[in-house]
Design a protein around this ligand. Structure first.
Ligand SMILES: *Cc1c(COP(=O)(O)O)cnc(C)c1O
Length: 398
């Protein structure tokens, strides 16, 4: 395949991976400054305010703990603080990320039970209720739920699962992974009844990779305080209640990522969360319109069969077995300066993904869709021409 990569390159590269996402210049510039004394009063004040401001993003009155870690780190933090070897968790299968979080739990000695799903639809809260209702001995300690599974491009109903747990009269904690949904779609930790929420910086929050978050309600914090499971770096107890500020980060604070986070939160406040959610909805529907149009030729299909369940963050596109999705990604990368997401899990060889979260606007989406349409042509994958036109129609109607 020919490539335009060489010593001279002009213009922007489009990053349409579902993490990391585009980092706004305002965030990059906020990080472009010298290091400071991290135990000095200015930084301690700054960090204290920042941690308090994070609560509003999760919509919780609980505590938010910030780690110098990616999302997998925050996953492990959540598991190791509220669970211990021998405990059992219930995992509604949303896709690859639900199984990976479960795999991690297994490696920590936690017993896992999966409610199976075909990855084409959101999970059914009624199945969670039915399973918990059978668990009269309360062996299940937590339900691990991925809000938006980034492998499938499907968003599940967190409030519905919280209601299902309550309807079953079961004490299991609801632990939610919002890594791909935070700041792209509505999430209300306290109102919906999640006990723990896991997040990360490099998706809807528009930060460089390297920050992970756990938001923790009172009930989960009580469980954490009594949990004998050995842990140190992840332990919420010292981080939320430090005798010395040093312990709030278990060592040196990730200062520059925190400067970036400050700027990102300021940008989020300026735009307003409702406007951010509406923008993600609008842009994602334009992508879906393009994919549905291309699909007319029979070789492509949106993985999410129910339009209402399609994520505002990422779109997973299934490709007929006769074609290799990698050829589409290579064409987009090498010919059209556009990075797309790989397939994941059991659809690794039969899908690719378009990320559309974070610092994005209409012309960026139209540019990316133009690149994908061109990539389909170069890769020889049949598509109905006019996907970009369908996206324009969606953008101008909505
Ligand atoms: C990206 C992602 C993760 C993993 O985050 P890393 O920062 O790559 O460790 C976990 N869950 C979901 C839903 C994700 O989108």
């Amino acid at each position: 395949m020919t490539t335009n990569k060489g010593p001279v390159q002009r213009g922007w590269n489009f990053l349409q991976t579902p993490g990391p996402t585009n980092i706004p210049y305002r965030v990059l510039n906020a990080m472009n400054r010298p290091a400071v004394e991290f135990l000095g009063p200015d930084f301690v004040d700054f960090a204290t305010t920042l941690l308090a401001d994070l609560k509003a993003l999760f919509k919780t009155e609980g505590e938010v703990v910030l780690y110098a870690a990616n999302g997998h780190g925050a996953w492990e933090a959540a598991l190791s603080n509220v669970l211990k070897p021998g405990d059992k968790v219930l995992i509604p299968e949303t896709g690859r990320f639900a199984l990976s979080w479960g795999y991690m739990a297994g490696r920590l000695g936690i017993e896992t039970e999966v409610i199976e799903n075909d990855w084409r639809v959101a999970i059914d809260p009624a199945q969670v209720e039915a399973r918990l209702a059978e668990d009269g001995a309360h062996e299940i300690k937590a339900v691990l739920l991925v809000h938006t599974d980034t492998g499938t491009g499907i968003t599940s109903d967190v409030a519905g699962v919280a209601k299902a747990i309550a309807a079953a009269g079961h004490p299991a904690l609801l632990m939610v992974d919002t890594i791909a949904s935070l700041l792209t779609t509505d999430y209300r930790m306290d109102e919906w009844g999640a006990a723990v929420t896991v997040g990360a910086g490099q998706k809807g929050l528009m930060l460089p990779p390297g920050l992970g978050f756990c938001a923790v309600n009172e009930k989960a914090m009580r469980v954490c305080r009594d949990n004998p499971n050995p842990r140190n770096y992840w332990d919420w107890r010292e981080r939320v209640d430090p005798d010395e500020f040093y312990l709030a980060f278990c060592g040196t604070a990730p200062e520059h990522l925190m400067f970036g986070l400050r700027e990102a939160i300021d940008m989020i406040r300026e735009e307003g969360e409702d406007a951010i959610f509406a923008r993600h909805h609008r842009l994602s529907r334009a992508v879906h319109a393009a994919v549905d149009h291309w699909a007319g030729a029979g070789a492509l299909e949106n993985n999410a069969v129910n339009p209402d369940e399609r994520s505002t963050s990422v779109t997973t596109i299934l490709v007929d077995d006769a074609y290799d999705p990698m050829d589409i990604r290579i064409a987009c990368r090498d010919r059209f300066n556009t990075g797309l997401g790989n397939g994941m899990g059991k659809i690794i060889k039969t899908s690719f993904r378009i990320g559309h979260m974070g610092d994005l606007n209409e012309p960026m989406i139209l540019g990316a869709l133009g690149a994908v349409e061109a990539g389909l042509k170069v890769a020889g994958v049949p598509y109905t021409p006019g996907g970009v036109e369908a996206a324009i129609a969606s953008l101008t109607e909505n």
